[in-house]
Design a binder for this molecule. Structure first.
Ligand code: IPE
Ligand code: IPE
Ligand code: MG
Length: 237
């Protein structure tokens, strides 16, 4: 790597990834059931997709929708969340196609219910030509699992040599998608919770106390403004 020029000026991140946290607390504060918070969170998703699609230079938006650990929640909440997602996918498909948004899914999709998998396949196909923004929905996603699944994929292909960074990168869930430049987490928690462990090696982080259902275009803009002031060094001093 010696002598390789490093792009330090951050400007607009090409790939923004968001840990959408705080739906439950939003609902609790209002005396509503947690699912009402998730419903309101879905509206924030719509707002942020719209805002991201109209931001020049922002090409990829990853959204942490459901982690491999979220199955530990009460069954009613898990079912409510997944059924909300299915309804969302059904009702938004045409609109996203119209707005030229491509949506892909990342995670252990094959472990989800068949009808949800069918909906996902339909969705990916319908939006495949979107060239305005690519939204990566991280669903039944875990960062460690992604690395484990990638290595197992290599082994299944009969690979018997030394693994390299390039080989692991090429065998992740969505190998064509570049690493995130900026990771945002809402709700005041300062942790990664098994999100893009491999990809975020050199990402910048932005934490905000705003709860996800309250997160809007202005909050995104603020995160992007912070990012533009950062100097990325990649270890090069
Ligand atoms: C984020 O909100 C949504 C998911 C994890 C699916 P939470 O449900 O985690 O909300 P809090 O953290 O309990 O407030
Ligand atoms: C991370 O939030 C997962 C998603 C946003 C989908 P959690 O609320 O599950 O994370 P922890 O439990 O606070 O670490
Ligand atoms: Mg949470």
């Amino acid at each position: 790597m010696a002598g390789v020029p490093i792009e330090r000026k951050a400007e607009t991140p090409s790939h923004v990834a968001i840990i959408m946290d705080g739906n439950g607390r939003w609902a609790l504060k209002k005396g509503l059931p947690r699912l009402a918070g998730h419903r309101e969170g879905a509206k924030a998703v719509e707002r942020i997709i719209r805002a991201a699609a109209s931001t020049p230079g922002l090409d990829y938006l990853s959204l942490f929708a459901f982690s491999t650990e979220n199955w530990r929640r009460p069954r009613a909440e898990v079912e409510g969340l997944l059924s909300l997602l299915k309804t969302y996918l059904r009702s938004k498909r045409d609109e996203l196609v119209e707005n030229r948004v491509r949506m892909v899914f990342s995670g252990r999709i094959d472990q989800l219910a068949e009808d949800l998998q069918d909906e996902i396949a339909l969705f990916e196909k319908a939006t495949a030509r979107g060239d305005q923004l690519t939204v990566v929905v991280c669903l039944n996603y875990g960062g460690r699992q992604e690395i484990v699944d990638g290595v197992n994929r290599l082994l299944r292909k009969g690979f018997a040599g030394e693994v390299t960074e390039e080989l692991i990168s090429a065998n992740l869930y969505r190998p064509g998608i570049p690493d995130p430049d900026l990771v945002i987490r809402t709700s005041g928690e300062v942790r990664i919770s098994n999100f893009l462990l491999w990809g975020s090696a050199y990402a910048e982080f932005f934490f905000t106390d705003t709860l996800w259902p309250d997160f809007g275009e202005e909050d995104l803009k603020k995160a992007l403004d912070h990012y533009s002031l950062r100097e990325r060094r990649y270890g090069a001093g």
